[in-house]
Each structure stands twice: as structure tokens, then as C-alpha cells.
Design a protein around this ligand. Sequence first.
Ligand SMILES: [Zn+2]
Length: 340
Amino acid sequence: MSHAADHRPVSEPAEGIELGPLAELARRSLNGDHPGEIGTMLPPLIDHHVHLMIVGVHALADTAIAGVVDLGAPLELLTEQRSHDGLPHVEFAGTFLTAPGGYPVGRPWAAPGCAREIPVAPRDGRGSLPDPAETAVSEQQAFGASVVKVALNAAAGPVFDRATLDAVVAAAHERGMPVVAHVEGEGMTRLAIEAGVDALAHTPFTERVDDDLVARAVAAEQRWISTLFVTSYGEPAPEREMALDNLRRFHGAGGRVLYGTDLGNGDQPLGVNPAELALLAEAGLGASDVLAAICDPWPLVERDDAVATFVTGPSPTTIDGLADWLASACIVPAEDLEAL
Ligand SMILES: [Zn+2]
């Protein structure tokens, strides 16, 4: 190897793959740690699907993940977390809203109080009683939730009828909260899309979403949280192939993908999961698409600009190298970085 090759700058276009508009060459300031170090600066990294009730509220401290979206926890956990202001930043869905006896009621991992069963509303037209859907949504918001999670799992029990689901979605949207759905079982993706659900908590993995329905999801600007790794924990499986095929066509049609791991579900590394990133690449996302998926501030609209992600050294030369490269990232105060 020539001497010049050892000192090739990280920005050299011929060397690294195209990382897109979110990545910038940067130098760490002389005041902070590692003064003068050169690398790549990115917005904060976000895991859009975790369960702190399973992994613990501090499980992701000291990782490269600067923000998480908790998609199902007892309301006590929201209260407990409110007094904690370290990283990662947490957005909450609060409890799973589900039909009486529906998923995840009775699951061994489901902590007491993490699911709220909503009865079918009495629709006598008199309006004398508060709507149970509205009461449930309003309670999540009062405890600090910024997203509403509904469980639509026809493979594991009863699911909402369309009118109750509509009432939940309407109550959430009236309060400016997006709705995210766990869809599993035949017809559940269609139900979520037709009811105006804003995001899917998992790429659909139990049914093929046909191209027309994919197009409807894209047109509605629905977001799909990836969670590809937990379909089979790295093993070949029909669920994984189903999810990859669905996500490949959703992304190909212009759908918005969010990086999410469902951390707490099975054995996964704490922090960025390189296997999830590799599966996103397998679903056809290029490096800049992967970065868009992991840096999307959803459900927030604005990014936290107080912190940034920094990856030391040269950028990856292949899409396969992206996962390990990103897994070596760290969080730094944005003011410690100088764009070059
Ligand atoms: Zn989950």
C-alpha cells in the first residue's frame, strides 16, 4: 500500500460510498475529547421501536442511540422517566390500546398495566357517556405520551372493530398525536391503512401487502418501522422473506422507512443493531436511505440539534461496511464539531 493511500482524506469521493445529505465531514474541536479528530457528523440516531419496560430505562445510556420511541409500557414507567433528563431522549406511546382480551394481554413479557382494553363504545346517539376510546387516548397524553399505539393482532385474539379503531384514531389526531399499529394476521395491514393509522410498528411479516395497498400506504405518507431482525433473529425464515419483500416494494414506491429494532423482543445488542442495518440494505435501501431512516426525528417534527453523532475515521467503502461503521458511532455535543 502506498504512503498516500494511508492518509487519504475521509471525504474522498472515490473512496467512500455516497452517504447523502445528512452526513458531513467534520473535525472535533480542540476543547473537547479527542481534539482535532476527523470523521463524519450525522444527526442524532433514533431507534423508533423499543420497550423500556423490558430492557430497563437506562439500558441505552452510553450507546450511540440518542433517541428512542417506546412503543408500549405501563403508565408508571412514563411517570418514572419524566424526572430523568439524560440520553437517550424518550418519546412514549404509553400503554398498548387493544380490544378486550386482545394482544398483548396475557403475554409473559407484557408487564402488568402495559395494555389497556377498550370496550366497544355504546353508540346510542345520546352522547351522555364519555367515549371509552377518547378517555383512553386522553389518559395516555396526560401521562406524557406523544404517540398512540394500537394492537391489531388477529393471530392472537380479538381486534378492534372498525368503528372503535376510527374513534381511537380520531381522538389521537384531535390531540395532534400520530397512531402507530402493531399489525399481525390476515387483513390487519389493510385495516390499519384504511383507518388512517400513521405508522406501522413492524414491517408487515405475516402477509404479503399487495402493490395497490403499498401504493395507498405511500400516498397516505404512512411510515413503516423496520424491525426486520426480530422476524427471525438472523435465521432464514418465511416471516423474514415476507417482511423483506414488503419493505423492498414499500421503499421502492417511495414509502418512508424508520429504523426500529423492537428492543426488548429477544436477544439484541444494546445500541445500534448492525444486523437490522444490514437487513435494511438487503431490502434495497441505499446508504443515504438507511441514514434517513435512523435519523428521522419521528414522532417529533424537529431534530434535537444540541447533540450530534460522530463516526471517527474514513466513511465505509461498501454498503456492507455501513452497518459496522455506524455501529461504531458515538454521541457528542454538537458544539464540539466543526464542519469541514
Ligand atoms: Zn414492540
